[in-house]
Design a protein. Sequence first.
Length: 280
Amino acid sequence: MASSAIVTRHGFLALAPQYTTTSELLSTSAQRRGMDVEVLPAHGGAGTAMGRRGGHYYGGPAFAARVVDALDVALLQPSDDWLATLPFEYTGRRIAMATLGEARRLSRPAFVKPPSDKSFPAAVYASGRCLPTGPGLSLNAPVQISDVVTWAAEFRLYLLDGEVRAGSQYATFGCLDAERLDGHRYEDPVLKFADDLLATYGGGLPSAVVVDIGLLATPEHGATDQWAVVEANMAWFSNCYAADPDRVLDVVLRSAGPREQMAERDRRFCRIIEDAHLAR
C-alpha cells in the first residue's frame, strides 16, 4: 500500500450531524494533524462554516445536498455504470444498468441496488415485484442489477491517485467481520488484484474513491480462488471499518474538498447537487 505518512492539510473538516464511528475516527485524525473539525447543525445549514474557505466534508449524500454549496465543496463519486462496464473476469457475475421500472419486471432473483445513493436497500430480491415502492422512488431512477453470488470475504480499499492508501476486511460470508488488511492472510492477493484492476480500469475512477473487492465462494466448496469487484463507492460516505483512519482521511479529504482545488481529471466525477436531492 501507499506510504502511511500523514499528510498535513490546511482547512477544516465538516461532519454531517449523524454520529458514526467513522466520523469519530476521522475527526480525531483531522485534529491530530491540526485541522479544525465542525459538526454541522442538524437543520441542514452550514453553521459557522458558512463562507469559510478550505472546507472538506464527510457524511451522507442527502445532507450533503443541503450544505455543499455553502461549503463550496466538490463531491467526487464513481460513475453509476463503472462496475457494469467491467469485463466478467473482474466481476465474476453478470451486471447491468437499468431503470427501476425495468427492474420491476424481473422474474428471477437478483441483487438490485441504487448505484450511488441509499434510496432503497441494496439486497437480493426474489423478483422485481418485491422491489420497494413509494412516492420518492421514480420508475426512471437508475439501478444496478447483478447475478446473485456468495462472497467468502470482502475488503474495502481506499484509493488515492490510483494506489491503495488503506484497506480493511469488512465481511466474511455476508457477516460483519472487520480486520486490518495489513498483515491479513489475503493481503497479497487483494493488493495484486487491485493493482491489476487499477492498471487496466483505474482511469474510469475518481482520483479519490473506495472500491470493494471480494473472494467469490460456491455453496459446495466455500472460498474459490476468484477475486472480483463488489462495487465502487464515494469515499466521503464510506465506513472505514478496521482501516487506518489517518490513511483513510487522506482519501476522504480529496474526495470531498474545495472546488477550487479539484483536479481537471476529476471534473467528470463531480456529483451534481440536483441529483443528490434524490437521496432524501
